[in-house]
Design a protein around this ligand. Structure first.
Ligand code: SF4
Length: 460
């Protein structure tokens, strides 16, 4: 007897394309939007041609980012024609509509519901569609082995060069149990490295008075230290402690409490602290939070407790009113601080920022000169620090494994040590990793060589 085979024809689910611009925080927003759309029955399209509607998640932080966002909107309209704009530039709906009247909808940053509704209007979901289950941990735009964990939105500070508080509002912290649940799911789904992000990670929970919640039978506060301790208890499927990296930390006094967690291996020994400058008068004009004179002493103390700590930072040169003496102060401070990783930017006015009205604009040529000098100084510090790692054994995470070499069959890989955050820091380039390795593997390697930003090694 032969069974009759019935072909069931399901209607095709509408497809959504996504262009995600800007910082990791925006990437997390894109992931949330896509996760919701996927659970509503939408499919994703990797190209313009296959999409029924294209979402452009914009960044409006710097004028150059706005330009890039407008270009991306223009490209999406030219290539597809059915475009919804969201993200930071959503606050400038009039400008976008004036330039691109055919845009279907414009929604602002974090307006998840509005953007999802706009997609429903533009391309309605199929009722009762048979949809794929959304994977555990949501949809991710980063590789499976690392994930961004956003703990709050907005910011209570008013740095004079920044317009984020006017775009994203004051600090709103997520509940600690929600953060920890998301982290646990991500790790269960294969994440080996969690990157904690926000505008000001040290201020987490200030707005909720560090409201405690029950987690695993105990009370945990919405506070950076409690969160770090709990994240340090997570274990990957093969029983390892995932790397947990703290980004955008301001040096408030309680940061001292997380350094012992790093020394104990509960937290990755890495702090991303955007100092932006060191000269007191410039920091004052910038209105930077936790701007205090003793920070150098504290850096020395942190290194005494956790000698392997990597400190990354960013600096702005050519801020209005910055004198040659202020800049020299910064260079001397860097000599003393010996920061491991440094990014530098030439000051660029951002429309709507208070700093634009400050006196003492620095000429472009002077900015450029200072930029070159700070890059030279920090590259030399970085080279010396990396050179000191030659001969050591370090744990790394593999990001990408190459194909066997045509001649001798050897396989190389690109990896990162605990001192390297993805996308922004250096790499560990490996030779002879052998067969069977894959992205996300955590292995120990011998460091054989170093240059200004990267290390070179071989698995043990
Ligand atoms: S801390 Fe300052 S630079 Fe950072 S988001 Fe808040 S206002 Fe902007």
């Amino acid at each position: 007897m032969c069974a009759a085979i019935m072909a069931t024809k399901f209607p095709e689910a509408p497809k959504v394309g996504m262009v995600s611009l800007g910082c990791p925080k925006n990437l997390v927003d894109s992931e949330r939007i896509l996760t919701k759309l996927r659970s509503d029955g939408y499919q994703m399209s990797a190209d313009y041609a296959g999409a029924d509607v294209v979402l452009v998640n914009t960044c409006g932080f710097l004028d150059s980012a706005k330009e890039e966002s407008l270009e991306a909107i223009g490209e999406a309209i030219a290539e597809n024609g059915r475009v919804i704009v969201t993200g930071c530039m959503g606050d400038e709906a009039d400008l976008i509509r004036a330039k691109f009247p055919q845009v279907l909808a414009v929604t602002g940053a974090h307006q998840y519901e509005q953007v999802v509704n706009a997609v429903h209007d533009a391309s309605p979901p199929i009722p009762n569609a048979f949809v794929d289950l959304v994977p555990e941990g949501g949809l991710k735009l980063t590789p499976r082995h690392y994930s961004y964990l956003k703990i709050s939105e907005g910011c209570n500070h008013r740095c004079s060069f920044c317009i984020i508080p006017s775009i994203r509002g004051d600090l709103v912290s997520r509940r600690i149990d929600a953060v920890l649940r998301e982290a646990e799911k991500l790790v269960a789904a294969g994440t080996r490295e969690l990157l904690v992000i926000s505008q000001d990670t040290s201020a987490y929970g200030v707005d909720t008075r560090h409201e405690p919640r029950m987690w695993k039978g105990r009370e945990v506060r919405a506070h950076m230290t409690d969160m770090a301790r709990e994240l340090g208890q997570l274990r990957t499927l093969d029983g390892r402690a995932p790397w947990v990296r703290l980004h955008y930390v301001y040096p408030y006094p309680h940061v001292d409490q997380v350094i012992p967690l790093m020394a104990d291996g509960l937290l990755t020994p890495y702090l991303d602290i955007p100092f932006q400058h060191a000269a007191p008068s410039v920091l004052k004009a910038m209105k930077r939070p936790a701007n205090e004179a003793k920070v150098l002493d504290r850096i020395h103390k942190w290194r005494a407790i956790c000698p392997d700590i990597t400190i990354r930072s960013t600096f702005v040169v050519g801020f209005p009113g910055e004198t040659e003496a202020d800049f020299q102060y910064l260079l001397d401070w860097l000599d003393e601080a010996q920061l491991d990783r440094v990014g530098a930017f030439r000051f660029e006015p951002v429309e709507g920022a208070a700093a634009n009205d400050l006196p003492g604009a620095v000429p472009e040529a002077v900015k450029e000169d200072r930029y070159q000098r700070i890059m030279e100084k920090t590259a030399a510090i970085s080279a010396a620090k990396l050179q000191a790692k030659v001969g050591r054994t370090l744990p790394v995470i593999l990001d990408e494994v190459g194909e066997p070499d045509d001649e001798d069959g050897s396989i190389g890989a690109t990896a990162r040590s605990q001192a390297d955050a993805p996308e922004i820091d250096g790499n560990v380039f490996l030779r002879d990793v052998g067969e069977g390795r894959q992205a996300g593997d955590m292995i120990d390697v011998l460091i054989e060589d170093a240059d200004e930003h990267d290390l070179y090694g071989v698995p043990l």
